[in-house]
Structure formats: C-alpha cells, structure tokens
Design a protein around this ligand. Sequence first.
Ligand code: FAD
Length: 409
Amino acid sequence: MTSFADITTMGVGGPIAHFIEPTTRVGLIEAVEDADSKGLPLIVIGGGSNMLIADEPFAGVVVRDARRQITVPDEAAPVEGEDRTVHVCAEAGVNWDDLVAFTVELGLEGIEGLSGIPGTVGASVVQNIGAYGQEVATSVESVEVWDRKTKTTSEMTAADLQFGYRSSALKSSMYQAPGQPADEFFPTPRYVVLSVTFVLTHSQQGTVGYGQLAKALGVEVGDRMDTATIRDAVLKVRAAKGMLEDPTRYTLDAMAGTKREENILKDLKRLSALNETANIAPEPNGLPAPDYNRHSCGSFFMNPILPADQTTRLPEDAPRFAAELPDGTPGVKTSAAWLIDHAGCHKGFKADDGAAASLSTQHTLALTNRGGATAADIEQLARAVQQRVHDAFGIDLVPEPVCVNVLER
Ligand SMILES: Cc1cc2nc3c(=O)[nH]c(=O)nc-3n(C[C@H](O)[C@H](O)[C@H](O)COP(=O)(O)OP(=O)(O)OC[C@H]3O[C@@H](n4cnc5c(N)ncnc54)[C@H](O)[C@@H]3O)c2cc1C
C-alpha cells in the first residue's frame, strides 16, 4: 500500500486507502469528481514537496496526475519580426524541473531562475513558486482547471489567478485566513489544475535577478548571461543550502515514472559529486548517500507580514521590507529565518536531543526528517520553533506547507 512517507519529500505520513494515477485528462477529472460526489476526503498530490501529512491512515482518495506531456504549439511557426514569444503547454503532472530543463535546452528564457524547485507544473501555480528573482506568475499565460464547485472546466488567465507572494486564487480557495483551512476545499484547491500555458521568450540569454546568484556568477544583478549558465549556478547555490530535493527518492517504486530518467541521472551524479567532496561514501547499492537536509518541504514558515503599527515588536536589526497585508493595506515583511535564528533555534536545532527531526544544518527555515522521523516528530519540532519565536518576539509563525491532520491550531 502506498503511503505519504513514500510520495512526499519530507518522507513522513500514513498509508493511503485509495491511490489513483490517471493517465488521461478525462480520467483525472473523473477521479476528482468521483471522490467529491461521494464526499470522500481528497488530496490531489504532485511531487509532495509542499505537504505535511499525519501518520494516521488516510481514509480518502489521493490522486496523482500521471500525464507528463510538454508541447510547444508555436514551434513550427517562424519567428516573425521582433516577436520572440514562444508558448509552452505542460500537463499538470509534469515534473517542474523537467520543464525548466526542457525550456533552457530549447533556448527559451523565462523560468531558468526557478531551476531545481521540487514539485510539479500543476502545483507551481498554486503557490506561485519563486526563487532568485523570478516567480512563475510572470511566465504564466493561462491555466486550464477543473472547477470542483461548478463541475466544469475553464481557462483562468493570469489576472483571474490573482498571483501574489507565494499565493494565488487557487491557494486562497483552500484557506479562510493564513494557515486556517477553508471548510469546503482543503487540502486540495477548488480548482484542480489540468495544464498550464507558459509564455516565454526565444533567447539563449536570461537576466540575473538576485544578489546571491550574481555573486555566485561573479556578475552584477541585471546582467545578461546564458540561461544554461544561470540554471547551473542556481542548482549549485540551491545544493549548497540543501534546497534541492533528494534525487534518491526517485528510486522508490512509488515515485517511478514521475520524472524524466535522464534528469534523475544528472541529479544523482551531482549528489554523488557533492558527497565525494564531503567524503561521504556511497550506499552499498551504489546510490549516493541521501542528503537528509533535503528531506524537507523547503521553507517551512512564511515570512510574516506585520501591520505597520506592530513593527515595534521587531528588534532594530531585524530585516524589514515593504509589503502588502492580505487586505491590501501596507505592512512590513520580515524574515522568518532571522526570527527563528534570533529566538535561539539555530541550524540543526532539535526539540529533544534524541529527536529524528531537526532544523536543516544548512538553513534555519527548513524542518527536516533525519531518517525515520514521523509527522508527529516534525509537528513537535515546528511547535517548539513557533513557541520560541512567539516568546521572543510575540509573532506567530504560519507554516507554508499544506498541513493535513497535523499542526492544527
Ligand atoms: C527542498 C525544497 C526546496 C523548495 N524550494 C522552493 C522555492 O525555492 N520556492 C518555492 O516557491 N517553493 C519551494 N519549495 C516548495 C515546493 O517545491 C513548491 O511549493 C512546489 O510547487 C510544490 O509542488 P508539488 O507538486 O510537490 O505540490 P504538493 O506538495 O504535491 O501539493 C501542494 C498543494 O498543491 C496542490 N496541488 C498539487 N497538484 C495540483 C493540481 N494539479 N491542481 C491543483 N492543486 C494541486 C495540492 O493539493 C496541495 O494543496 C521547496 C520544497 C522543497 C522540498
């Protein structure tokens, strides 16, 4: 029986009563509609890289889209005049980094900065993934969805999707307030993504959009460089922070076929090289030893946005950025990683000495499974971090991953 521990990057979570992998668009819609009409709990899962799910058996239906086609409808048309726009359509089940690798190889600019983010195309638009100066929102033309409420398919434009910082109309349909699940559609949005149409630019070069990346490349922010070079640098910077997924997960039976073989092999090779430099021996089966810093959901807490009159809680030296509150009024965003560190939870922090869960040893914002941890262990760690930050600054950290039957308020 498939369990969430097998299909999530955190590697925790209980067995699944009904696991379905539809291979057609109609099959996907039918699987979702069948669960909804029977009133069964439903999780549409992608790469499981932004979900923390409880250890208890899940009595509902889990649907993972097994369609993984990428098409380029404009490919046959000659590039006319100055217009270098190229549309790329990807089915929701496509592995996100497979798509990035494909577009970079095809000489398209637009999503190279999002290299190495785990997960799928379908989920990329749910939380408007972003990193190193890029956000998926700027490259999305439209998203085809199945609306679970009206029971129809529709095309949502970028405007309909209301993209914001790690948010979209799809994600908002799951929450009544930050971190508070909505009654009707949780933990799967009202709108199930069927496919996404991206609008990219025909160009071998991209813009370096972020200081840390510019530093790694020895250039200035705003400089133009080969997209392949940018992709390579992003993967290296992410690896150095444990912010890539562990490629050994794709050797599990439950993950078979979810990512292109040639890309898994490249990722395994990169991990082997890193392990070799760190003198970490391969496993007896020849695979590189797993990197437990990557057994995470990436950043576990959202950067808090405080109303302007509450920033007195922040020490003078805490990072501050102008931002908008959910109601559109101006606020101040600070860094969750900074708060965690300054509340005394440093890299590698554990709730208990013997605990199987800890903060990453490379990043205070990632909660990690060090091997054999349960969802309860991750919950204990998350609560310990939240408590310390609350005690130190009076700020309540809200988890970024979708938490199912765990970490409930
Ligand atoms: C090591 C690591 C690094 C990360 N770095 C980043 C980063 O730099 N930037 C960033 O933004 N995120 C980052 N993340 C978070 C994560 O990769 C993204 O949120 C990703 O988009 C999740 O994709 P997924 O397919 O794994 O989604 P899942 O975890 O499977 O699902 C997340 C949510 O999306 C919903 N969903 C999934 N598929 C669909 C669909 N077809 N239609 C509708 N809803 C759907 C699920 O129901 C669930 O509510 C990181 C995670 C890890 C583990």
